[in-house]
Design a protein around this ligand. Structure first.
Ligand code: TPP
Length: 367
């Protein structure tokens, strides 16, 4: 069965917080680094909750939660070097955090007051993409460009570069993703396809979308695929570090399937109780990516309660700061949406904007 856990999966930290060995991968970082990963995950979950609350309070149009996927995003995001570009879809708050994108900038997209308020070149974090899978082609093209510019395989960490593209299990059913795999393979492009298999494409379970585990698909395209426990930040970091190195050194693409679970709704517009059972969520709560790291630090690294209390307090402070930044953003304007779409207005959009303005004005006249 595709959705179950009998498939070979790299794991270095069990849900109980015990370190385990793997023949091919190890995490060599210190306990301090692991505590840093915990801090990242706790803060992004807290910010995510705040954004969710802001949407419920009418401050945002929509919010897609990352809850449950913190280890997949922080483990991979913290493996990046300065020349490793990320192409996100729309749930990558954790990757954005690791890349230094201010959360308010990301959240402002969902208030419809901006389209790309961060500097893509400076942060190496590209624009959010809502058209499922389309950005795998953009990312592959970018990776091919890096290669053509001689930025791969120089054995020079200052120059060698790569691309990592984030997408979901549902996206793998899109033609664009499969075309991206073909081009990346044919051109030996320096790209890591980072698939967060959270097992649900809105209400469509992965068991209905693939007869084989998704990582195995890579073989048919001619590059390696690997499945990692997506709730294990140490394993994700180790596997991503190796795949990035492969890409930068000119050895081509890798597909990483981070097997995880979307603990919240698909977005704030979704009600998952309509299509999945509560016991599934309960089962995955026991595999929570944050709890296992906390358990490890408590039991094996001597971190006391004060550390965790301080971290919770810091998370509340950061969330309060993000909230006040969001509330200081301008009110969204429907008319402005027509100007945010392209750098230069097209005649058709200008026409639509005019029609909208006239329609809105007609209500004024009635009063
Ligand atoms: C091309 C396209 N088709 C359909 C949609 C509607 N849609 C939005 S999210 C989604 C499911 C995506 O699931 P998955 O790729 O597993 O990512 P997840 O949301 O679980 O992170 C769909 C079908 C879309 N945004 N774009």
């Amino acid at each position: 069965m595709v959705g179950n856990e009998s498939v070979p999966t790299v794991q270095l930290l069990t849900p109980e917080g015990e370190r385990v060995e793997h023949p091919d991968y190890e995490f060599t970082g210190s306990d301090e680094t692991i505590a840093g990963f915990l801090r990242d995950m706790v803060l992004v979950r807290r910010i995510d909750n705040e954004a969710h609350a802001l949407q419920r309070q009418g401050q945002l149009g929509l919010w897609p939660s990352l809850q449950g996927q913190e280890a997949a995003q922080i483990g991979s995001g913290r493996a990046f070097g300065k020349n490793d570009y990320a192409f996100p879809s729309y749930r990558e708050l954790g990757v954005a955090w690791a890349k230094g994108v201010p959360p308010v900038n990301l959240i402002s997209l969902f208030r419809s007051v901006d389209m790309s308020p961060w500097d893509v070149n400076e942060t190496t974090f590209h624009m959010y993409t809502l058209v499922i899978g389309s950005h795998t082609l953009h990312a592959t093209g970018y990776a091919m460009g890096l290669e053509m510019d001689g930025l791969v395989g120089n054995n020079d960490p200052e120059r060698d570069s790569s691309v990592t593209c984030y997408f979901g299990d549902g996206a793998t059913s899109q033609g664009d993703v499969n075309e991206a795999f073909v081009f990346a393979s044919s051109y030996n492009a320096p790209i890591v396809f980072f698939l967060q298999n959270n097992q649900w494409a809105i209400s469509e379970p992965i068991t209905r979308q693939s007869r084989i585990p998704l990582y195995e698909r890579a073989k048919g395209f001619g590059f390696p695929g690997i499945r990692v426990d997506g709730n294990d930040v140490l394993a994700v970091h180790a596997v991503t570090t190796e795949a990035l190195e492969r890409a930068r050194s000119g050895n081509g693409p890798t597909l990483i399937e981070a097997f995880t679970y979307r603990m919240g709704a698909h977005t704030t517009s979704d009600d998952p109780t309509k299509y999945r059972l509560d016991d599934e969520l309960e089962y995955w709560r026991l595999k929570d990516p944050i709890e296992r790291v906390a358990a490890y630090l408590r039991r094996h690294a001597g971190y006391g309660e004060q550390f965790f209390t301080d971290l919770a307090a810091e998370a509340d402070e950061v969330a309060a700061e993000v909230r006040s930044q969001v509330l200081a953003l301008p009110e969204p304007s429907l008319a402005e949406q027509f100007d945010l779409t392209y750098a230069e207005q097209t005649p058709y959009l200008a026409e639509q904007k005019q029609a909208y303005l006239e329609y809105a004005a007609s209500f004024e006249e009635e009063r």
